[in-house]
Ligand binder design. Structure first.
Ligand SMILES: Nc1nc2c(c(=O)[nH]1)N[C@H]1C(S)=C(S)[C@@H](COP(=O)(O)OP(=O)(O)OC[C@H]3O[C@@H](n4cnc5c(=O)[nH]c(N)nc54)[C@H](O)[C@@H]3O)O[C@H]1N2
Ligand SMILES: Nc1nc2c(c(=O)[nH]1)N[C@H]1C(S)=C(S)[C@@H](COP(=O)(O)OP(=O)(O)OC[C@H]3O[C@@H](n4cnc5c(=O)[nH]c(N)nc54)[C@H](O)[C@@H]3O)O[C@H]1N2
Ligand code: SF4
Ligand SMILES: [Mo]
Length: 746
């Protein structure tokens, strides 16, 4: 509609006066998004190419509608369980990454100072040779453990193979220690299983859903949002804990606006009530679990009245929420959460309490609860044996005994301090460490210690400015990647294939691994000529062929596991006791609380507020703000603040503010959003804005970056997760020298 009338979303804002006080200006792009769209009279697509999305890690199946070398539009793959025929707003806008004039177009080496962003074009051969020489020098002097890989997304694993083949044990993703680490460990300690991605939630049959944070709708994980909406329409009950009235909280039967960090108190009260009343799922608990007696003793004092005092909510509402769960039991989805690196050690304990609640409701591997997912069968591509690896930094330092992966923060620490051993070379693929790790100063200090920093990215994100060698990747619509191994009730295999050709001198991760691997002397690990050869090998025994997948995009296999477990059937769980461990001896043995405890957070000091953050449905972290289509729809963020706190600071709705920490780091300006949906002493912003890379011409300097002011973080000694909601900030009204973008999405 907007395209035809020539009126952009931004113009509409102007017309209706949204974001009034902050003032609204025309986008520098002059509605660049709509220039990218085919004109109304444009001819229709010639081909339809199935593939899958990479704008976030839900990896929805898609169909690219292509004419010549141009994406006309993208639609959701009708059969893909993550997409269900639809893409979210971000997925729909994928063509913007291909046409973004700011994208990285050819390999480069740095000529200016680190951080300056000055580069010179080189050929791929020179780039590879420079890296190989640099890495060889590091390996010789510090051993292969002196190198590390940071990665995210589909291209990561093949580069990991390259680095491991070269001898490095240090590979890490923010998606563990800055995201879901504590959850995976908390559930593994309890059930002996981590959670898959997508989480195996049986929302289709659920009669009650309980969310801790997990702001679905703003967090736009596609099928989960669709299924939640359908469950609600069917009459499923909804309980939401969130200090902020999130979109999903506004739809809840019971919204508990808990004080930040007090979820475990409420969980303990629910466990107390379930045990005291004897209304827990006896068949599951008696047949599958161990530690009920210890748990019962432990939760004795944790009454709803106690929890109400801790969490600042109404005791009757705590009880009412439990009644909804008991009435639906075992068809209750207690969402395990995804981004759970919130407050440090308590995160793993909160995950444990969620897992224990799930067990008491009999909702693990139960219809309407969490089902048992099956994994697809895929062959490995044959490679020589991997070398024996020296211990990674966390093991060498003897920290994080239950960590499931090496931590990004552990590698950063070793790089900064040289302890337990020095790290001198980083390969950073598809992760913007300057924006995704708390405490930017530590990240930059670590980078200063490096002899070589190689970055592979698609756009000039902040991290690229520090690179010695910059490798531009094809966008996900231009390349093959490894297969997507879809985990679920019906496991599946999904293919990413090029829908269009990159117009630039860019290459896919698999080719970088193969070609750079050869320079590094580990070419035998990539003994294929084309990636089609690799994929064909992997599909052996899968029940499909590459040719078929190219046409269909997705292939389903028969499940290897039944999705539900009869609670009375004996089952050997992958825990030391072979039972679901309500009481964790493993934790006790390492000196941690074997049963979850609530540790209240201190209030912010006078004049400061706790900083919380979350997602915009139209952006993924910091990777989408420069996408012209998404920029046009949602160009900036704002600061949510309670009207009483704002009044005390003299801040008016829409007025520009800066956010500062106590060490002088600042971010903004951005408009203040005065709202009762935010509780006092806390403020909230969407993560991912406030880019500083000038080469991202649309995104640069729009809004604020939470990361820029998060210098305080709490490391969870159990998992290595970095709690990032322990940061206090001061809010100041300012007079900006330029007008601000309105915040479309919050
Ligand atoms: N559109 C979009 N969707 C995404 C992503 C994206 O970038 N964009 N990223 C994806 C990824 S990788 C992840 S990990 C997920 C992250 O999304 P989620 O896993 O949903 O993240 P949360 O931190 O649980 O949710 C943020 C909410 O937590 C609330 N909150 C803050 N403190 C507390 C507290 O102490 N207790 C409770 N109960 N709530 C609290 C905030 O007010 C906010 O509403 O989103 C995924 N989906
Ligand atoms: N302060 C704060 N920190 C956070 C979070 C938060 O909410 N607040 N969220 C945390 C969570 S849940 C997560 S999962 C992590 C995520 O953190 P990251 O893993 O760093 O994810 P992104 O921020 O999306 O960074 C992606 C980078 O990859 C680039 N990129 C995008 N597509 C491609 C591609 O196809 N190929 C290549 N080579 N590069 C590509 C982008 O340009 C960008 O530079 O951040 C965590 N850190
Ligand atoms: S949820 Fe949206 S951005 Fe994520 S994979 Fe699916 S369509 Fe792409
Ligand atoms: Mo995440």
């Amino acid at each position: 509609m907007a395209a035809k009338s020539g009126v952009s979303r931004r113009d509409l804002f102007k017309l209706v006066g949204a974001g009034a006080a902050a003032g609204v200006v025309a986008a520098p792009s002059e509605a660049a998004a709509f220039r990218l769209l085919p004109p109304p009279e444009a001819p229709v697509a010639e081909r339809q190419v199935p593939s899958f999305c990479e704008v976030c890690f839900w990896n929805c199946g898609l169909v690219a509608h292509v004419r010549k070398n141009r994406i006309m539009h993208l639609t959701g793959h009708p059969d893909h369980p993550g997409a269900k025929g639809k893409l979210c707003g971000r997925g729909n806008s994928g063509a913007g990454f291909v046409t973004d004039p700011d994208r990285l177009k050819y390999p480069m080496v740095r000529v200016g100072k680190r951080g300056e962003g000055k580069f010179e074009r080189v050929g791929w051969k020179t780039a590879y040779r420079t890296i190989a020489e640099g890495f060889a020098r590091i390996k010789e002097r510090y051993g292969p453990q002196g190198l590390a890989l940071f990665y995210h997304g589909k291209g990561g694993p093949i580069l990991r193979t390259m680095m491991v083949a070269y001898g490095s044990p240090n590979y890490a993703a923010p998606a563990y220690a800055q995201c879901k680490g504590p959850r995976d460990v908390g559930y593994k300690l309890t059930f002996g299983e981590t959670l898959s991605s997508p989480e195996p939630l049986d929302l289709e049959q659920s009669r009650c859903v309980v969310l801790f944070g997990s702001h679905l709708g703003e967090n736009a994980h596609n099928s989960q949002v669709q299924e939640l909406v359908q469950a609600r329409a069917r009459g499923a009950r909804l309980v939401v804990l969130d200090p902020r009235m999130s979109t999903v909280a506004s739809k809840a039967d019971v919204w508990l606006p808990v004080r930040p960090g007090s979820d475990t108190a409420v969980l303990l009260a629910w466990i107390h009530l379930l045990i005291k009343s004897g209304r827990y799922h006896r068949a599951f608990v008696e047949n599958q679990c161990t530690g009920l007696e210890e748990l019962a003793r432990h939760v004795e004092p944790f009454t709803p009245a106690w929890a109400a005092g801790q969490a600042g909510v109404d005791a009757a509402q705590i009880e009412r929420a439990l009644e909804l769960m008991v009435a639906a039991m075992p068809a209750v989805v207690v969402h395990p959460g995804r981004h759970v690196a919130w407050y440090g050690e308590v995160d793993t304990q909160r995950a444990r309490a969620q897992a224990i609640l799930t067990a008491l409701l009999g909702a693990w591997w139960a219809p309407g609860g969490i089902y048992r997912p099956s994994r697809p069968k895929l062959a490995d591509f044959p490679t020589p044996d991997l070398p024996d690896l020296p211990p990674d930094v966390d093991r060498a330092a003897g920290r994080f005994p239950f960590a499931k992966e090496v931590t990004t923060n552990g590698i950063r620490e070793a790089t900064r301090t040289g302890k337990p051993y020095p790290i001198k070379g980083w390969l950073v693929h598809a992760t913007n460490l300057v924006q995704s790790m708390p405490n930017v100063h530590e990240t930059l200090e670590a980078i200063e210690q490096l002899d070589m920093l190689v970055v592979s990215d698609i756009q000039p994100s902040e991290i690229t400015r520090y690179a010695d060698v910059l490798l531009p990747e094809d966008t996900y619509l231009e390349r093959y990647d490894d297969l997507s191994a879809g985990v679920g009730k019906r496991p599946y295999v999904c293919l990413r294939q090029p829908a269009v050709q990159s117009p630039h001198d860019t290459r896919p991760a698999w080719r970088i691994a193969k070609e750079l691997g050869k320079e590094l002397g580990v070419g035998d690990f990539f003994a294929f000529e084309t990636f089609e050869e690799y994929l064909t090998e992997r599909l052996k025994g899968s029940g499909t062929t590459l040719e078929e997948l190219k046409r269909k995009g997705i292939h389903f296999q028969e499940p290897s596991e039944p999705p539900y477990l009869d609670p009375v059937t004996p089952f050997h769980w992958h825990t030391p006791s072979g039972k679901v461990e309500l009481y964790s001896k493993q934790l006790a043995e390492k000196g941690f609380d074997p049963l979850p405890r609530h540790a209240p957070l201190p209030d912010p000091p006078r004049g400061m507020m706790r900083l919380l953050y979350g997602r915009s449905p139209l952006h993924t972290f910091g990777r989408t703000q420069n996408n012209p289509i998404l920029f046009d729809l949602d160009p900036g963020n704002c600061l949510w603040i309670n009207p009483r706190c704002a009044a005390a600071l003299g801040i008016k709705n829409g007025a520009p503010v800066m956010v500062e920490n106590s060490h002088g780091d600042r971010t903004g300006p951005m408009p203040a959003k005065l709202t009762e949906r935010m509780q006092e002493k806390t403020v909230y912003m969407i993560h991912g804005f406030g880019h500083r890379s000038k080469q991202m011409r649309l995104a640069c300097c729009s809004g604020g970056s939470d990361t820029d002011v998060i210098d305080n973080y709490a490391v969870d000694p159990i998992t290595g997760g970095t709690g990032m909601r322990v940061q206090y900030v001061r809010i100041r009204p300012v007079n900006p020298d330029k007008e601000l973008y309105p915040c479309a999405m919050g």
